[in-house]
Structure formats: C-alpha cells, structure tokens
Design a protein around this ligand. Structure first.
Ligand SMILES: *[C@@H]1O[C@H](CO)[C@@H](O)[C@H](O)[C@H]1NC(C)=O
Ligand SMILES: *[C@@H]1O[C@H](CO)[C@@H](O)[C@H](O)[C@H]1NC(C)=O
Length: 611
C-alpha cells in the first residue's frame, strides 16, 4: 500500500511539474506579445538616472503609461522582470502631478516643506440656508489630519507614499447662481473713466464678473489725448472683446477743463480732470444705450436692442463678486422712473467731508430716465458747483436739478478702510458684499480669487462656519491629529470664512461672551474715534498674533471637470478617488499661513470643493 501510494504521488508531482512548465512557457509567450514588449522595452530604455530624480509627468498619467519605478537595468541588458517593479499608486500620481504643481507656483513663495491639511468639501445646497449666519459644524474639528509635504522633492510622488488625506467635509450652502447666459445681464451698462494702463491691467478682474454676462461697459480713457505715446484704443477694445466682454474703449469728448464755480475761466491748456470725465461719462454711456455696437445686437431676428435699465458708474477698482445679487437688489426698483441708487461711505468722517451722496467706489446706479434728465444739464451742473469729486458732482446735480434722491442699496460697499480688512470680512456686519472697493490700494485683498467660489455656491462667498469641537483626537495609530500635530494645542475656535480665511483662535483667546459676529478691530482707526461704528460696530479687540492664527486665501483653481482618468484609477483617499466624483467639477482653494520665524514651515490648508 505505501509503495502504491508513493508511486501515485510521484505521478501527481510529475503532472504538476509538467503543468508548471507549460504555464511558464505560456506566460513567456504572453510577455512577448507586442503590447507587453513595448511596455518592457519602454521601461528598459529609460535613462539610467535613479528613479527618485525623475518626477512623473502629467503626460505619463494622462496616457495611462505606468510611470517608471526603481529601475536599474542599463540599456541593452535583458528586459526587466515586471515583478521587480511595483507600480506606484495612481492616486499618488494624480496628486503629485496636479495638486503639488499648484502649491509650487512661484507667487505663493512657500517654504520647501509645508504643513499641509486638506478637506474634500461636499456642499449641500439648500435654499433655506442663510449665508449671513455663522453656522456650527458639529463633530468636526476641521483640522482632522496634517501632514508634512516636501514641495521640492519628487519622493513624495513615488510608490509607497500615501496621498495626503482628504476627509469629507459637509457644508450647507445656498444654491448656485443661475449660469449667466450671453444675455442675462444686458440691462446693465457700466462706465469707467481711467487711464489706458489701468484699464488694461484690470482686465482679468473685470473679466471675473463681466465675461459672457451680456452686460456692457464703456471705458473712457482719461489719458487718451494727453499721452506722449499713441494709445491704441481699438487694440484694448479687442482685448476685452476677446475675453467675452462687451466693451467700448473711447477717448474723452472734452480736451480741456470746463468752467467751474471757483474757476470760471480755466486754462484751456490744462488737462481735463479725471473727476470731470467721470461725471460727464453719463453722456457717453447714454450714447451707447442708443447705439449698441453691431456685435452686441441680438441678430437680425431681434433688431430692437434690449433695453438698458441701469447705468452703473464705477471706479476702476470697483469689484462685484457676481452680477446676480446686484441685479436682484436693483430689480426691486422701477427702472422706468428717475432713480439714483448707491451707498454711503462706511467711514463717518467721509460722510462729514462729502455729504449724503452715493460714493463712487461702491458703484452708483442711475436709471436711464434720470440719466436722460441729467444729460443736457451736465455742463451747467459743473459750472454751478466747486465740488472736486466726480461722485460729488453727480450727487449735487441730481439733488439740485431733479426730484430724484439717493436710495441706499445694502451690500454696496465703498470700503473706506485702510490696513488689514480681516475684521470686515470675518465679522457679521460687512455683509452681504455685493461690491468691494479699495481692495488694491487702501487695503489688499485678492478679490478675484476670493470670489472664485461664487461659481460653486453663489452667496456662500464669505459665508462662515465654526467647527465643534475645535479639538484634536488621538488617531488609531496613536499619533495626534489636527492642531495637536502642529503643536498648537487645543484652540478655542476654528472658523472658516469662505474665500477669505481659516482662523484658529488659540486656547484662551476667546473670553466669555465673546461674539464672533462683532467686527475685529483689524483695520486702521478701528474702533478708534468711532468713525466706523455706524457701519461695523460693535467692535471686538484686535487679536494678538499668538492669539489668532490665520490662513489667508492665496490661490484658487477651477472650477473644472474632474479628469476621468483621475476618477477611474485613483484609490481610496485621493481627491479623485470616490466614484461619486465622476462627472463632477472640482474647485480648489489654497489658504496659507506664512511661517513667522526663520526656518519655520509655511502651513497650507486646501479646500477641495467637489460639485
Ligand atoms: C452655534 O453653537 C453655539 C454654541 O452652542 C450657539 O450659541 C449658537 O447659537 C449656534 N449657532 C447656530 C447658528 O445654531
Ligand atoms: C414703473 O414706472 C412706470 C413709469 O412711472 C409706470 O408706468 C409703471 O407702471 C411702473 N411699474 C411698476 C411695476 O410699478
């Protein structure tokens, strides 16, 4: 019996060996198939440089070619066995090629290593969401995980490194604004009097809110006639048109100053003051109401040009996050009547100086009937006053010559604030923010980036959330998460102001009864002598640097379609990982806290909106 069994087992072993040989041959043959040999060949012909020096390129990911692993085979040696190569996680590839490039941008000027936190925001759209309320996000400390990333090294891009975590974050937001079509905002005609260079450099900012909206804009180039070099107005017009803006670029109708109350015989050789051109622009704008450009008409079928309802007189640094809320606010008024709409200054001293007028930087809106009443009176109005500001001349003319009086539109902001505007953006008083002004002079704010999120959820721009509990928890692997990981201790509060900042109020900084809706006195003269109380009060004290850590918005990307290969190949944890992301758009906000001390690490918070 034993011998019979053993001979049977020898037979089994023999058959098994035979099968194994057959299998190996087959797999060799398979390896030699064209598709596969191409791959192997491709890999073996890589430069012999060590793999860690080679950053996988976008194209490699794009084409679906597995990026090279740690290969050492020099050219001409036998092909590398597939098993020797562990293909990198595609999710990591996706992260490296797209995500890190954004952080590597020179303008950001980040330190080589950064402390990096990101969250994948899943907005929940609800029309009942009130964006002016500081909302609570419970059971979420916001800083759920923070990792160190070396932006220079490609090591973080090769196999074995996990992509940074991206824990989902649910935020309740108001619905997105309706997509503007080419004719959505044709009832607006804007006017700006400024220099050629300023109009030219402002194009990207105007583009944010004007492009493809149907709104039109007239630029009166104040230095068109007094510049030593010839200015190509038509080239500037074409530049704006090429970016989807219905722009007109014209030179002033007047070459020398008009008589004023305090200067009845001005020197005709003096240049025409910009302020006078700003006021007289009403006539230019009315011209374009009656004479739209050929390319602005709706076509042969619709020969009657749609009616312009509002003339919007702007400064060259007036910014609208979006035209929708402006249009909505103005729709409450009957544009067939003579109307003068706008905002006071937010600084009471400016009111004392300039009076009860619509301050120009906030945006002034005239109905066409009012503009038509003013048009024949413009020269007379100029002659009867000595007011030096364009918006002041306009107010004086409206008050003295028509029955229209100023109607205030909440949300238009003159922003007569200098220094750090954080208190206005982060507090509860400066909202809604239909317009912003002085953002590139009196204070500095990246308005275009800030307002990028209006394309995702409209009124969620500057919406605020407070995260509870604002404390760290110990991770499964025993490491501390969140702020504890960055050595900050448990903060009193973490607040996200959408499009502006993430603020970490450090432990002990918030006293009992502290109200985050109050305006932090961050800007000059606040609270000071009370000049801002009537708009932004009550104030809370300005936080010391060690009390509040701010990550300010520095950069945005998108919204753009999630690339299909990202969704297909990424594994768990990557931004493109979830199947849900397929066919979705993503929008990225990069918030940065610059290292305070020499040799410190900058910190980055990235919000990846998936919509
Ligand atoms: C958020 O939570 C705080 C503390 O519990 C509470 O006082 C506040 O009313 C809450 N806010 C909202 C909008 O529910
Ligand atoms: C708007 O004003 C015009 C002119 O006064 C008037 O004819 C019209 O009825 C008004 N429209 C509304 C909705 O009140």
């Amino acid at each position: 019996m034993p011998s019979k069994l053993s001979s049977r087992s020898s037979l089994i072993i023999l058959v098994a060996l035979l099968l194994a040989v057959l299998f190996l041959t087959a797999s060799r043959l398979h390896n030699a198939s064209p598709a596969f040999s191409h791959l192997v060949e491709d890999w073996s012909y890589r430069p012999s440089a060590s793999s860690s020096e080679v950053t996988p390129t976008k194209d490699a990911v794009h084409d679906g070619i597995p990026p090279q692993g740690p290969l050492h085979a020099p050219t001409g040696s036998k092909p590398v066995k597939i098993n020797d190569v562990s293909p990198p996680n595609p999710a990591i590839q996706a992260f490296c090629s797209h995500d890190l490039d954004l952080l590597r941008q020179k303008d950001l000027g980040l330190t080589q290593k950064v402390l990096y936190t990101r969250r994948c925001v899943r907005p929940v759209y609800k029309s009942t969401t009130d964006p002016s309320v500081l909302a609570n996000v419970t059971d979420d400390p916001f800083f759920t995980s923070t990792v160190t990333i070396d932006l220079q090294s490609s090591d973080s891009c090769v196999a074995g490194t996990k992509p940074p975590p991206c824990e989902p974050l649910t935020l309740h937001v108001p619905p997105a604004y309706p997509d503007p079509t080419d004719s959505h905002y044709r009832h607006f005609l804007f006017g700006v009097a400024s220099t050629y260079d300023r109009v030219e450099s402002s194009l990207p900012v105007f583009k944010h809110w004007m492009a493809n909206t149907g709104a039109r804009i007239v630029f009166v180039i104040t230095d068109a006639r007094r510049n030593d070099r010839p200015l190509d107005l038509d080239a500037l017009r074409k530049k704006y048109r090429a970016e989807g803006m219905r722009a007109e670029v014209i030179s002033p109708q007047w070459t020398s100053p008009l008589p004023r109350k305090n200067n009845l015989h001005p020197n005709p050789d003096d240049p025409m003051p910009t302020e006078q051109l700003h006021f007289l622009m009403i006539r230019d704008m009315l011209h374009f109401v009656a004479h739209p450009s050929v390319e602005d008409t709706l076509g042969e079928d619709d020969e009657i040009f749609p009616e312009v309802h509002w003339l919007g007189i702007l400064d060259d640094d007036t910014f609208f996050p979006h035209l929708h809320p402006v249009s909505k606010a103005l729709s409450k008024y009957n544009h067939s009547q003579p109307l003068y709409l706008g905002a006071l200054s937010d600084n009471f001293h400016a009111l004392q100086d300039w009076g009860y007028i619509a301050f120009g930087g906030a945006g002034v809106f005239l109905s066409v009937p009012l503009a038509q009443q003013l048009n024949p009176l413009l020269e007379t109005c100029l002659a009867e006053t000595d007011i030096s500001s364009g918006d002041g001349m306009l107010a004086a003319c409206v008050y003295a010559k028509t029955t229209a009086k100023l109607t205030l539109i909440p949300g238009l902001w003159q922003h007569d604030i200098r220094g750090d505007p954080a208190g206005v953006f982060e507090g509860g008083r400066g909202r809604p923010m239909l317009s912003l002004h002085h953002w590139k002079s009196w204070y500095h704010a990246p308005v275009r980036e800030m307002a990028g999120v209006v394309k995702v959820c409209g009124e969620c721009f500057l919406q605020r959330w407070r995260f509870w509990p604002p404390m760290s928890v110990v991770d499964d692997d025993g490491s501390l998460r969140g702020r504890e990981a960055a050595g900050q201790g448990t903060p009193d509060a973490v607040v996200l102001t959408n499009g502006w900042s993430v603020s970490v109020y450090q432990r002990g900084s918030l006293a009992e009864g502290f109200d985050l809706d109050w305006t932090e006195a961050t800007f000059d003269s606040a609270p000071g002598d009370g000049r801002y109380d009537f708009t932004y009060g009550p104030f809370r004290r300005r936080m010391e640097e060690h009390e509040k850590k701010s990550y300010r918005l520095a950069l945005v990307d998108g919204p753009k379609e999630v690339e299909p290969e990202g969704t297909e190949t990424a594994s768990k944890g990557g931004w493109g990982s979830s199947k849900k992301a397929e066919g979705k758009r993503k929008f990225r906000q990069i918030y940065v806290h610059k290292a305070k001390e020499e040799g410190g690490m900058d910190e980055v918070v990235e919000l990846m909106w998936e919509v």
